[in-house]
Design a protein around this ligand. Structure first.
Ligand SMILES: [Zn+2]
Length: 68
């Protein structure tokens, strides 16, 4: 069983079709709501609003890192 994917989205609505192919599902639109995140009921991918991803466990930018 592979871990759930976390996908950042812009705006308050995410669209998911399972990534297409044999593992895909009909396209659905998911409202992130006030929590800024929603889990797809078909494929269990977690969608988070961009800017809230750090709260979902991603690594914060290291302080003092050189600018690109
Ligand atoms: Zn899905």
């Amino acid at each position: 069983m592979r871990p759930f994917e976390i996908i950042e989205v812009d705006g308050a609505v995410a669209a998911c079709n399972g990534g297409g192919g044999p593992l895909g599902h009909p396209r659905v639109y998911l409202n992130l709501g006030s929590a800024g995140k929603v889990e797809c009921p078909y494929c269990s991918r977690l969608f988070v609003a961009r800017g809230k991803a750090t709260e979902a466990g991603s690594q914060p930018r290291a302080p003092g890192a050189p600018a690109p």
